[in-house]
Write a protein that binds this ligand. Structure first.
Ligand code: ADP
Length: 625
C-alpha cells in the first residue's frame, strides 16, 4: 500500500514529538482524551435533534483498554468518528486550532518546554508510542477506516473494521529504556492519577477495567476480580464551588481550553440563580491573541447546556466591547430542542449576556481601582477595544465602557481615567481639554497645551487615532463638555484682553493681509492669537474637524476625505513676528520669505507634512546667508 506523506510542517512537529526529550510526555493522554470528548460532544449535539443516533446521554463514554504484554494502550470513544477524508485532513496535517499556537512558537524557535503548555493534539501520542493506529467510523456512514503510522515515514489509510460509530486510538508504546519506562502508561495507578490530574472535568465517564480484590465468602482469603472503574469525577470545573477550585486548576483549564500559554490576567467564576440559572467561567487574557484585531477573530463564549456543548463561539453572550473575554457558560434553562438560530435570539441568552456584561465591567472596575498595575497591563493590550466599544453605535454602550478608559495626562505624566481627570480639575476649569496627535511627548510641547499647563489645567494627550472619536461620541462626561485644544477657541481671555487683541489686529491689518497674500491658497486665513505663549505661530484647523481626523480619513476612507482649512495664527508679541513686521516695510522680499518660513514651522508643529520639504530647506539656507 502506498505511503502518504505528512505535510512538511506536520512532519517537523512529529519529529519534535518523536525525539522529544521532554519530561512531560504524560500529557499525551490528556490530548487523546480531550479529542475523544470533543468527538462525543459532536455526536451528543447531533443526538439532540436526530433520533437515529440511538445512544442515550448516559451511554456516551471514553474507554481505556490495556494489553500489557503487547504494550498496547487504546483510547476508544463512541463519538462522531471520522471518514477517510477527515482522517487524511485531520491526522495528516497540524490541526488548525490547538496546534497553531505551537506552530508559531516553533517558528520563533522558542523553548521546547512549550510542548506542555499547548494543546499539541493528536501528535503527542508519538512521544510515547512507536506506532499509532486509528480505527474510526463516522456516524451516518457505512464504512470504517484505519489509519496507521509510525510517525517517521508517513501513514497509510485502508478500510477498517468497527461496528458502531466512534474512534479507537491504538498506541504501541515505545520500548522501555534506562531513563524512560514507557510501560508505566499501562499501569492502573499511573493512568488513574493522570486522568484525575488532567481530565477530571471531562463530562463523560472515562472507564477502565481494573483489578480489585475482595474477601471470599466464609473465608479469610482474598480473591481478585476485574471491574470497570470510572476514573474521573466528571464535574466540570465551572460546576464546582469556587472555594474548591485552586488557582492552578483555573489556570490549567484556561490554557488547555483556549490554547494560550500565558496566564490569564483575571478569572471570574459566576454562579447565578434566578429567572435563568447558569454557571460561567470567564477569563480576561493577559495577551491578545495574534488575530485579535483582525476579521478572523471570533468573539464569543462556549455554550453548554447540562454538560452538552452546544455552541463553540456563542457571540450573543458577549458584547463587542468585551470581545477579548474567553470562557464557558453552562445553563440548564436553555431549550435544546429549538434550532441554533432560534436559540441565538432567545430571551434566556439575553439575560445571561446582560448579567455577564455587568460582571465583566465590575471585575475591570475593581482592577482599575485596586490593582492599577494589572489594569494598565490589561489596558495596554485591550484598551483600544474599549475605545472602539465606546464610539461604536453612536455611543450606545458607553455606560459599560467610558469609566474604563484611560488617557495620558499632561499634568500627571501618566494614564488617568476621565473620572480622575474631572475629580482633579482646577478651580474655575469648565472643560475637559484634550489634544490629539501622533505622539504624546510632542503634543505636550504644543503652545496651547503649554498655555493651559501654565494656568494649572490638565490636558489629555491623545496618541491613538480612535481617541478623538471618544469625546465626539460622549459629548460630555460628568456634565463637563470636551474641548479640543488644537481646534477650538480656549476662551481663556477676559473681555478686556479680547478687546486688546482686536485693536492689535486692526493695527496689524496690513501685515496680516501681506502674509495671506504671500501664502495664497496654502492657508485659508491669517490672524492673531493670544494663546501662543512662547511660540511664534500655530496652525489651527478651520471649524470642527481636526488635522488628525483629516489624516485618519485620508487613510481609512480616502473617497470621503477632504482637506481641512488651515488657519495660520501669529503671536504678535513674538520677536520673529515683530521681525517680519519690520521687514514688510524695509524689505518686502525678505518679509515674504519670513512669512513662508513661519508657515512651514506652524505646519511642522501641527505634525502636518510640508508640501515641499526641499524648498523649505533652501529657504532656511537662504536666510542664513
Ligand atoms: P485539535 O484537537 O487541536 O483540533 P488534534 O491534532 O488533536 O488537534 O486533532 C486533529 C483533529 O482530528 C481534530 O480536530 C478532530 O477533527 C480529529 N480527531 C482527533 N481525534 C478524534 C476522535 N477521537 N474522534 C473524531 N475526530 C478526532
Amino acid at each position: 500500500m502506498e505511503k502518504m506523506q505528512f505535510k512538511a510542517e506536520s512532519q517537523r512537529l512529529l519529529d519534535l514529538m518523536i525525539n522529544s526529550i521532554y519530561t512531560n510526555r504524560e500529557i499525551f493522554l490528556r490530548e487523546i482524551i480531550s479529542n475523544a470528548s470533543d468527538a462525543i460532544d459532536k455526536l451528543a449535539y447531533t443526538a439532540l435533534t436526530d433520533d437515529k443516533v440511538g445512544i442515550s446521554r448516559e451511554d456516551f463514554a471514553i474507554t481505556i483498554t490495556r494489553a500489557k504484554d503487547a504494550r498496547i494502550l487504546t483510547i476508544s470513544d463512541n463519538g462522531i468518528g471520522m471518514n477517510r477524508t477527515e482522517m487524511e485532513e485531520n491526522l495528516g496535517t497540524i490541526a488548525k486550532s490547538g496546534s497553531l499556537g505551537f506552530k508559531q512558537a516553533m517558528e520563533k524557535k522558542e523553548d521546547i518546554d512549550i510542548i506542555g503548555q499547548f494543546g499539541v493534539g493528536f501528535y503527542s501520542a508519538f512521544m510515547v508510542a512507536s506506532s499509532v493506529t486509528v480505527v474510526s467510523k463516522k456516524y451516518g456512514e457505512d464504512k470504517a477506516w484505519r489509519w496507521d503510522s509510525d510517525g517517521a515515514d508517513g501513514y497509510t489509510i485502508e478500510e477498517g473494521e468497527r461496528e458502531y460509530p466512534g474512534t479507537d486510538v491504538i498506541m504501541t508504546l515505545k520500548p522501555d529504556t534506562e531513563e524512560e519506562k514507557y510501560s508505566e502508561f499501562l499501569e492502573e495507578y499511573t493512568l488513574r492519577s493522570l486522568v484525575r490530574k488532567y481530565s477530571d472535568y471531562i463530562h463523560y465517564p472515562i472507564r477502565m477495567e481494573v483489578s480489585k480484590s475482595r474477601k471470599k465468602e466464609d473465608s479469610d482469603e482474598y480473591e481478585s476480580y476485574q471491574a470497570v472503574e470510572i476514573l474521573n469525577s466528571m464535574v466540570p470545573i465551572w460546576q464546582r464551588a469556587k472555594k474548591d477550585v485552586t488557582e492552578e486548576e483555573y489556570e490549567n483549564f484556561y490554557r488547555e481550553k483556549f490554547f494560550d500559554f500565558n496566564k490569564p490576567l483575571r478569572t471570574v467564576h459566576v454562579s447565578a440563580e434566578g429567572t435563568v440559572s447558569f454557571k460561567a467561567l470567564l477569563y480576561i487574557p493577559g495577551k491578545a491573541p495574534f488575530d485579535f484585531y483582525s476579521k478572523d477573530f471570533k468573539r464569543g463564549l462556549q455554550l453548554y447546556s447540562s454538560g452538552v456543548m452546544i455552541m463553540e463561539n456563542c457571540e450573543e453572550l458577549l458584547p463587542e466591547h468585551f470581545r477579548f473575554v474567553r470562557g464557558v457558560v453552562d445553563s440548564q434553562d436553555l431549550s435544546l430542542n429549538i434550532s441554533r438560530e432560534m436559540l441565538q435570539h432567545s430571551r434566556q441568552l439575553t439575560i445571561i449576556a446582560r448579567n455577564l456584561e455587568k460582571k465583566i465591567k465590575s471585575e475591570l472596575t475593581g482592577m482599575l481601582e485596586n490593582d492599577r498595575q494589572s489594569y494598565e497591563q490589561f489596558f495596554g493590550v485591550f484598551g483600544r477595544q474599549l475605545k472602539y466599544g465606546t464610539v461604536a453605535d453612536y455611543g450606545a454602550h458607553k455606560d459599560a465602557t467610558q469609566d474604563l478608559l484611560l488617557f495620558y495626562s499632561n499634568k500627571q505624566g501618566k494614564l488617568i481615567s476621565l473620572k480622575e481627570y474631572v475629580d482633579s480639575m482646577a478651580e474655575g476649569q469648565e472643560k475637559i481639554y484634550y489634544a490629539p496627535g501622533e505622539h504624546t511627548d510632542r503634543l505636550a510641547k504644543l503652545p496651547q497645551v503649554k498655555l493651559l499647563a501654565d494656568k494649572g489645567y490638565d490636558v489629555l494627550l491623545f496618541g491613538d487615532e480612535v481617541d478623538e472619536f471618544v469625546p465626539q461620541t460622549l459629548m460630555t462626561y460628568s456634565e463637563k463638555s470636551f474641548c479640543n485644544v488644537t481646534t477650538e477657541d480656549l476662551q481663556l481671555q477676559s473681555e478686556e484682553e479680547k478687546k486688546e487683541l482686536e485693536t492689535k489686529a486692526e493695527s496689524m491689518k496690513g501685515i496680516l493681509t501681506f502674509v495671506k497674500q504671500t501664502l495664497g491658497e496654502r492657508v485659508k486665513e491669517v490672524r492673531l492669537s493670544a494663546n501662543l505663549g512662547s511660540a511664534p505661530v500655530c496652525m489651527v484647523p478651520d471649524a470642527g474637524m481636526s488635522f488628525e481626523m483629516e489624516k485618519y480619513m485620508k487613510r481609512v476612507n480616502p473617497e470621503y476625505a477632504f482637506p481641512v482649512g488651515r488657519i495660520l495664527e501669529l503671536n504678535p508679541e513674538h520677536t520673529a513676528v515683530k521681525a517680519m513686521e519690520k521687514a514688510v516695510i524695509e524689505d518686502p522680499v525678505k518679509a515674504a520669505d519670513y512669512a513662508r518660513l513661519l508657515c512651514c514651522q506652524a505646519q511642522l508643529m501641527a505634525e502636518l507634512p510640508l508640501e515641499d520639504p526641499v524648498a523649505y530647506t533652501e529657504l532656511v539656507c537662504k536666510l542664513m546667508q
